[in-house]
Write a protein that binds this ligand. Structure first.
Ligand code: MN
Length: 746
């Protein structure tokens, strides 16, 4: 198991506890132990006569907080500040006293921690928001304040058993709602998990016990499973020559708890209790291992996540997948490099760890440093600017995808970056958004497209007689929820207007496609679309387009496709040719026998024959017949792609008939060929010239350019037979720049 806690436990003798800490610091860092020792002396003297609830000297808590600070990788000033973190609050020492001996930086950190300590947690929402605001401000000033506060809270939670039940509940709630999310935001996964599990223990003791009891009971089975999977994966990775370290663990209690509640499952319904972590040396190895794991086990669809190419905002990187192991037990695998691993475990604090060069439990080696270029860059920028700039930038990066703003009452509203007053208004309530007539930010009137900044205080002015949202708001709003609410308003309030507007939009879109509303508003064409969206009449369709629930493009495309499907039933140029041929054929039939359109259908005489439009066969082609529903036999080329697909569908078995060309053919046949060429001016002209010279009966010719400078000329023409067609194709192939000439249906 990986998560063995190397963190110090409270010892009754403070001096011995401190010496153990000194030893740890000397083994892992180059810190000035003299300064740290002096800080301990100051704290010990200041807290003399003060005791913890468990009876131990108060300073043991300070040592423990410093110890956790070492574990999470904080710097020398932070360790000193951690030792002194309660002296301003609980003793007669002042900021000046600390500044005189340890410098203003340490004194500022201690003062910052003190301010946070004075923030009283409350379950009242507005006060809670104010607390969070203070924390964010403190964090913006010096992130070490928060990190030490997290260390402080972690130790207090570990020793919470000695507190009154009431205090246990309040502190746990605060931990769950404020400290664990902040730890998560800072990427400190390990601290976050421990805080959550400790808090859960007091917030829902029964739920916590149910899970831990069950885990204890199943531990032998789970451990056997993990051992065998680990050995299996390890053996395979070794045989593939991949150097890797595999950790496995039982998921932390709170994550199981959350899952049970979210999915309304009991403990037996939760299968993926085990998580594996494969740690490798390089990013290519990560993807290599992913491939190997997916080859060994069946991946669970939808569970693959690539946070390497797209890191989380808190800098977390890994690839995640869930696979099915032996006996059908799913388990999660996280794959990452060592530097991703440290960042995941310690988050922001990992910066100091790397700065120290090497540290506790890390396998950071000389020469590894290039892998941490991004951290070096951050540290270099720190040298050029002052520390507060560094932390400010760090803060901006961390919250890059979110902006925190305040209501006039002090509620913290979390919106996506780029959000505007419109997003803010709708996040409070749809009614506020729908009745908005103006917005103020920090007391100044702003336009609706003002981009909200962290810490802005936003005030929305509303009026009962407000005209309601305008359509521009759909573009100005950044959050999906605001846009949804705006669309809902349009849907409800403005049906008449929407119908008119939607009809105009659809008409315009159809015109782009060379169609009109009249073309498509035929019962047969429009009804599948209405049915698809559960509209009862075309007005519903227009209204939906009008309020933005359905785009005009999408509706027009569907209508156009439907029109195409219906085409065989309508009169087209092809049908007219076919009809003419039919008339001639019926006369020819009297002489020749059973042929229709020059086609003989085996076993059937005088049946309806139709040439498929997908491959337009001509005499001489190898053909086969497909019995359609109600439209006779459709004739395909044997090499037609469409025909191959129909052939592969088992339900079409028995619908194929042998067909052949009649011996004497007098008709011409329509067919289509596609000329691809390097796009150049005069291409179409040259193609047309060749066709003209060959006396080809061209029915239509169209040209288009694809994005990669390829000109495509599609020609539909009448030919006697395949030989004539081959001749035409061969001639066209010699046109300057032509790369291929193919028949359709291929
Ligand atoms: Mn404390």
């Amino acid at each position: 198991m990986e998560e063995t806690r190397s963190l110090a436990t409270v010892r009754p003798d403070p001096d011995a506890q401190f010496e153990a800490l000194v030893k740890k610091i000397q083994e892992n860092t180059h810190f000035d132990v003299g300064r740290i020792r002096a800080a301990y002396e100051m704290a010990r003297l200041a807290h003399t006569g003060q005791f913890r609830r468990d009876g131990s000297p108060y300073v043991t808590h300070c040592i423990a907080a410093a110890d956790i600070s070492v574990d999470i990788g904080l710097d020398e000033d932070s360790i000193i500040a951690a030792l002194l973190h309660d002296v301003i609050e609980d003793t007669s020492l002042t900021h000046e006293d600390i500044a005189r001996q340890f410098g203003p930086a340490v004194a500022d950190i201690v003062e910052g921690v003190t301010k946070l300590t004075r923030v009283q947690y409350t379950s009242k929402e507005d006060e809670q928001a104010e607390n969070l605001r203070k924390m964010l401000m403190a964090m913006a000033k010096d992130i070490r304040v928060i990190l030490i506060k997290i260390a402080d809270r972690l130790h207090n939670m570990r020793t919470m058993a000695y507190q009154s039940p009431e205090k246990q509940k309040t502190k746990s709630l605060e931990t769950m709602e404020i400290y664990a999310p902040i730890a998560h935001r800072l990427g400190m996964q390990r601290a976050k998990w421990e805080l959550e599990d400790l808090a859960l223990q007091y917030l829902d003791p029964d739920g916590y016990k149910e899970i831990t009891d069950n885990l204890t009971k199943r531990m032998p089975e789970l451990e056997a499973f993990m051992d065998s999977m680990r050995a299996k994966i390890m053996a395979r990775l070794e045989s593939e020559g991949v150097q890797a370290t595999i950790f496995c663990r039982i998921k932390h209690v709170y994550s199981i708890y959350r899952k049970m509640y979210a999915q309304k499952l009991d403990m037996d319904g939760i299968f993926d209790l085990c998580a594996f972590r494969v740690i490798v040396d390089s990013i290519p190895d990560c993807y290599n291992v992913l491939g190997i794991i997916h080859d060994m086990f069946k991946p669970v669809p939808g569970r693959f996540k690539d946070y390497i190419s797209t890191p989380k905002p808190n800098m977390y990187q890994s690839v995640h997948t869930t696979v099915i192991g032996s006996e059908g037990i799913p388990f999660e695998v996280q794959i990452r490099t060592w530097d991703m691993h440290y960042t995941a475990e310690y988050g922001v604090a990992a910066h100091w760890k790397y700065k120290m060069g090497a540290s506790a439990g890390s396998s950071l080696r000389e020469g590894d440093e290039d892998k941490f270029a991004w951290i070096r860059r951050l540290l270099e920028s720190q040298q050029e600017s002052d520390a507060s700039d560094f932390f400010h930038n760090l803060k901006v990066d961390m919250f890059a995808d979110d902006v925190f703003v305040f209501s006039p009452k002090g509620d913290v509203i979390n919106l996506p970056a780029g959000a505007t007053p419109i997003d803010f208004a709708y996040s409070i309530h749809s009614d506020i958004g729908n009745h908005m007539v103006g917005a103020k930010v920090n007391g100044r009137i702003v336009t609706y497209d003002y981009v909200l900044q962290n810490g802005d205080i936003v005030e929305i002015r509303t009026s009962k007689s407000a005209p309601g949202p305008s359509r521009d708001w759909l573009n100005t709003a950044k959050s999906g929820s605001a846009r949804t609410k705006i669309k809902q308003w349009f849907k409800k309030e403005r049906r008449e207007e929407n119908v008119q507007r939607g009809r105009d939009m659809l008409d315009e879109e159809l015109r782009h496609n060379g169609l009109t509303l009249d073309d498509v508003m035929d019962e047969a064409v429009v009804s599948p679309l209405l049915k698809r969206f559960s509209f009862t009449c075309p007005d519903d369709l227009y209204a939906a387009i009008g309020y933005g629930g359905l785009t005009a493009t999408r509706a027009a495309n569907r209508l156009r496709d439907e029109l195409k499907n219906q085409e065989p039933k309508r009169k087209t140029a092809l049908d007219k040719v076919a009809e003419a041929a039919e008339r001639r054929e019926s006369q020819a039939q009297k002489k020749e026998g059973k042929a229709v359109h020059g086609i003989l259908v085996q076993g059937l005489s005088n049946c309806l024959v139709k040439f498929s439009r997908c491959c337009t066969p001509v005499p001489g082609d190898d053909i086969m017949g497909f019995i359609t529903r109600g439209q006779g036999v459709s004739i395909h080329r044997r090499d037609c792609a469409n025909c191959q697909q129909l052939l592969s569908q088992p339900e079409n078995e028995g619908r194929w008939v042998e067909v052949s060309w009649a011996s004497k053919i007098t008709d011409s046949y329509l067919t289509t060929i596609v000329v691809s060429a390097k796009d150049r001016s005069g291409l179409v002209m040259d193609v047309a010239t060749v066709l003209n010279a060959l006396n080809a009966k061209v029915h239509s010719l169209s040209a288009r350019t694809t994005g990669i400078n390829i000109g495509i000329v599609t020609v539909t023409l009448e030919v006697k037979d395949a030989a004539e067609l081959r001749h035409i194709i061969s001639r066209l192939s010699h046109v300057n720049g032509v790369s291929s000439v193919t028949r359709n249906g291929m």
